[in-house]
Design a protein around this ligand. Structure first.
Ligand code: SAH
Ligand code: SF4
Length: 390
């Protein structure tokens, strides 16, 4: 597919009450919150369950953009909804399509902030990589997002909204339940640490998994964490999705540097949380992500230590060739090194697919996400400095 120029769209206009306060967004409310919201605007108690079911279906199986499209509701009820609520999604600012078909969306959310989501089409599935925070408080030195300060956590609506925007763009609403899905898998591997925003991530994933709506199976949702151990326990109990660990090093000395949260939760503690992570079937595995950094963590000894450390954990190892970004302090391991590392891991009985970098031409690959305005701001700052220096 040829690369196309980014599409720029207008700002979304968020409806406001007279006082200037934004109307509550029905998107992102849990079933309990939605029931309460309907009761608060005077929906008769006996009707709430039915109305909730209807509204849920319009929002999450039909993807309607405004209340007027909810044609199974009376006109009066639709007006009641319209004066009290909004249906707001993140707005697409730009959409870039890579030569390999990967789509990167730059999305604008309330406050004028920007966040990225990436759609990766494959033969047998389509994976949407979504963000959980704007920026990240953690500072893994190989990660571009880590160089951007945390601006704020995303709301539930902004997290589930990323899935909805991709479905809008791919024209995926209203399909038969058994039809092949374009967005068949979700990975929480975009910007931010999902387990520093566990409540909103949980609610958004419960909405995405709800049978009467988007209806994604828990097995098709993978949450990637750098290792927030206490929250891994909650994720297992309250979300139950698949888990990926950004492991990246086999000794505490190296991991303390590469994944600084390791200074708080050491490798042994992290691995215990992995051992305890609930599994509903024997085929479920924890993914250990391992970014291949030349001469830093890619030796044969590292591969052997890795295998020893995760012994007994049902696991697969995902080797990620480092994706460089402007100014990044590391280099990607050579393909021979990655292959040698993979062979040791394979020989120990672990599947170890090497993650093919996708969307490299549009900086959509793992760890490269960082909002364009942030980049623009930095480059303007650099320009200003240069001028100053003249
Ligand atoms: N904060 C979470 C999820 C987002 S990062 C986490 O750290 O797990 C998703 C994955 O991309 C993580 O495994 C992360 O370590 C990896 N990653 C970050 N920067 C990268 C880069 N430049 N090249 C390759 N992988 C990278
Ligand atoms: Fe944050 Fe994950 Fe990047 Fe580390 S790798 S800085 S935790 S987004």
């Amino acid at each position: 597919m040829p690369a196309t120029a980014p599409i720029t769209q207008d700002f979304i206009t968020i409806p406001r009450k007279d006082g200037g306060e934004a109307l509550p967004n029905l998107i992102g409310m849990t079933r309990v919150q939605l029931s309460k919201a309907l009761a608060d605007v005077g929906t008769p108690p006996k009707q709430i369950k039915m109305r909730l079911g209807q509204i849920w279906q319009w929002i999450y199986t039909k993807g309607v953009l405004d209340f007027d499209q909810m044609t199974s509701l009376s006109k009066d009820f639709r007006s009641l909804l319209a004066v009290n609520f909004q249906l707001a999604r993140p707005e697409i600012v730009t959409r870039q399509i890579s030569t390999d078909g990967t789509r990167k969306y730059l999305l604008r959310i309330a406050g004028g902030h920007e966040v990225e989501a990436v759609y990766i089409p494959e033969t047998n599935r389509g994976t949407l990589c979504i963000s959980s925070q704007i920026g990240c408080t953690l500072t893994c030195p190989f990660c571009h997002t880590g160089t951007q300060k945390l601006v704020r956590n995303l709301t539930t609506a902004e997290i589930v909204g990323q899935i909805m925007v991709a479905r809008d763009d791919l024209d995926e609403w209203g399909k038969e339940p058994g039809a092949k899905r374009l967005v068949s898998n979700i990975v929480l591997m975009g910007m931010g640490e999902p387990l520093y925003n566990t409540d909103n991530v949980r609610d958004a994933m419960l909405i995405a998994m709800d049978d009467a709506g988007i209806s994604l199976s828990r097995r098709r949702i993978t949450l990637s964490t750098s290792g927030v151990v206490p929250e891994i326990v909650r994720a297992g109990a309250e979300i139950g999705c698949m888990l990926a660990i950004s492991f990246h090093a086999t000794t505490d000395i190296v991991r303390d540097k590469l994944v600084p949260i390791n200074r708080k939760h050491k490798i042994a503690e992290l691995l215990q949380a992995c051992r305890d992570y609930p599994r509903l079937s024997n085929s479920e595995r924890i993914t250990f992500e391992y970014v291949m950094l030349k001469d830093v963590n890619d030796s044969d000894a590292d591969a052997r230590r890795l295998v020893r450390l995760i012994k007994g954990i049902p696991a697969k190892i995902n080797l990620i060739p480092f994706n460089p970004w402007p100014g990044s302090p590391y280099e990607r391991s050579s393909w021979e090194r990655i292959e040698a590392f993979a062979e040791i891991v394979n020989n120990a009985g672990y599947a170890s697919p090497v993650r093919t970098p996708r969307g490299e031409d549009i900086m959509a690959a793992c760890g490269q996400l960082k909002s364009a305005t942030e980049r623009a701001r930095k480059s303007r700052a650099t320009i200003a400095k240069e001028i100053e220096g003249e």
